[in-house]
Design a protein around this ligand. Structure first.
Ligand SMILES: O=c1ccn([C@@H]2O[C@H](COP(=O)(O)OP(=O)(O)O[C@H]3O[C@H](CO)[C@@H](O)[C@H](O)[C@H]3O)[C@@H](O)[C@H]2O)c(=O)[nH]1
Length: 485
């Protein structure tokens, strides 16, 4: 129809890890709800694992979204490895495939999508990829980078060069004093940076990814962050001066505990009936997310500490929590000892568990999704960061926002400390302090998502700016699309 402008068609490539796919799926739904057409590309391995985890594994995770009128399409692509390959056990090979092989597969599938639909205008891809700007350029697409961690973490990586010049990163004897020269970051201790920025060996596969991805991200047209303007105002404002950046978080499904899209990589055990019998706020929820491994020694101390504390708990113990070749890492007799007050499960619907009134605290690795979900449910946090951004997230939660406490004072976990801090979180005066602070933070998140809240406004602004950028790119002679890949 002449004069009718169709909303753009966006290709969305999430990073193939659980903590990235979940917010990506819900962001894709938000964009489709705004009238955009979205083609979501999962890897075949993620698709296979998600389908296997569902009681009636669906071939298309967005089928129900389309039934409700959203134009959201779904396809899969190889990450370069066989579907059955153990990506958890062989982490570095997996990451190597994502750096070196995956982009060729994405290039092919993006080429096919662009060829079959000339309304494709934009590619949203996770910031952790090293290739998006090249593929976007090849197909004449606007490139939007999607950041799934706090803006503070992004800022530190983004200014890696400053950290290096000042001797805080990638040097023989790194300085240990406070870092106070990153734009928008008042002060941060080196121990609170992402683990990769603290490590002295910078030749690992994770470092190769980080060096390349931040080079590539500097070519992004826009950055979408799963954070909230009011939570990180100074950091976001400084970033916004470098790259158009939109805080649209927290990115959750509409009903929070219910989503019409399956995202779990493991089948979910239902704890509802067990929790229903427990007193209000009496149960500790324990989970270390989907990615990090816990050293066997620490896991044993945590188990013994939970046992000593006498507190009731739900513990999500992924089969690969220590390693996929150590499937039974708990101390002998532990499960029998705590049987009357514990539920130990491989995976659950975390949002549903956190939202249950019986849950009174969350022992977490401080993954960013877990933190946002915990705030939403007003559940204070006991933090044990394990790797990557979790150290910085801990600082935000414990030192800045004061909605939780540390599991351990040093980096060595002991059962006595676990027991002491579990009891401190779950009972007594301090509990009230966390609960008051977290109530306030919940309000901030709720306000951000309300009609005239910052995240809603930022989402609307993003779509407006995206459309303007697309029109600019589409000026005659400006789009160099090469579909003969
Ligand atoms: O039994 C469970 C356990 C977790 N979850 C969900 O899985 C997600 C876990 O995400 P997160 O808490 O962020 O942890 P990771 O899975 O470890 O996420 C990776 O990705 C995050 C976003 O980039 C980073 O902040 C983390 O450090 C990184 O490890 C959350 O949405 C949880 O609700 C479940 O549904 N069921």
């Amino acid at each position: 129809m002449v004069g009718t402008r169709k909303k753009p068609h966006v290709i969305f490539v999430p990073y193939p890890l659980q903590g990235h796919v979940i917010p990506a799926v819900h962001l894709a739904i938000k964009l489709a709800s705004q009238g955009l057409t979205v083609t979501f590309i999962n890897t075949q391995a993620i698709h296979h694992q998600t389908s296997k985890a569902q009681p009636n594994g669906e071939p298309d995770i967005f089928a129900r979204g389309r039934e409700s009128g959203l134009d959201i399409r779904y396809t899969t692509v190889s990450d370069g490895l066989p579907v059955g390959f153990d990506r958890s056990l062989n982490h570095d090979q997996y990451m190597a495939a994502l750096i070196h092989v995956f982009s060729a597969h994405v290039d092919e599938v993006v080429g096919q999508i662009v060829k079959s639909d000339d309304s494709v205008r934009c590619m949203i891809a996770d910031t952790f990829f090293v290739w998006p700007s090249k593929i976007a350029k090849k197909f004449g697409l606007v490139y939007v980078s999607f950041w799934t961690e706090p803006a503070l973490v992004f800022s530190l990586y983004y200014h890696m060069d400053l950290l290096m010049i000042n001797g805080h990163f990638a040097c023989q004897d790194c300085r240990e004093d406070t870092i106070d020269y990153i734009p928008g970051v008042k002060a941060i201790e080196p121990k609170d940076m992402a683990s990769y920025l603290q490590e002295t060996d910078t030749t690992s596969i994770s470092h190769q990814i980080i060096f390349k991805m931040f080079k590539d991200t500097k070519n992004a047209d826009f950055l979408i962050c799963n954070t909230v303007q009011e939570l990180e105002d100074e950091t976001l404002s400084a970033l916004q001066a470098k790259i158009p950046c939109y805080a649209v978080g927290p990115i959750f499904p509409n009903g929070f505990t219910k989503s019409f899209v399956a995202t779990s990589l493991w089948s979910e055990s239902d704890c509802t009936q067990w929790l229903d019998k427990k007193a209000h706020g009496s149960v500790l929820y324990v989970s270390f997310g989907s990615y990090a491994h816990v050293a066997k020694r620490d896991l044993v101390e945590i188990a013994n500490g939970l046992s000593l504390s006498k507190v009731s708990f739900v513990w999500v113990l992924r089969p690969d929590i220590v390693s996929s070749d150590d499937v039974d890492p708990l101390p002998d007799g532990f499960e029998e000892e705590v049987a009357d007050r514990a539920m130990i499960i491989p995976w659950c619907s975390q949002r549903a568990v956190l939202a249950h009134p019986a849950i009174g605290g969350f022992l977490t690795h401080c993954g960013w999704n877990s933190i946002l979900e915990s705030i939403w449910c007003q559940v204070p946090v006991l933090g044990l960061p394990l790797l990557t951004d979790q150290f910085t997230n801990r600082k935000l939660v414990v030192d800045d926002w004061k909605i939780g406490i540390n599991l351990s004072d040093g980096r060595v976990v002991t059962k006595e400390e676990v027991s002491k801090n579990v009891k401190r979180l779950m009972s007594g005066k301090s509990e009230d302090e966390f609960r008051n602070n977290i109530k306030e933070m919940k309000k901030t998140l709720e306000n951000a998502l309300s009609c005239d809240g910052s995240s809603e406004k930022n989402m609307a602004l993003f779509i407006k700016d995206l459309e303007a950028k697309i029109s600019e790119k589409m000026k005659p002679g400006d789009r160099s699309v090469c579909t003969d890949s």
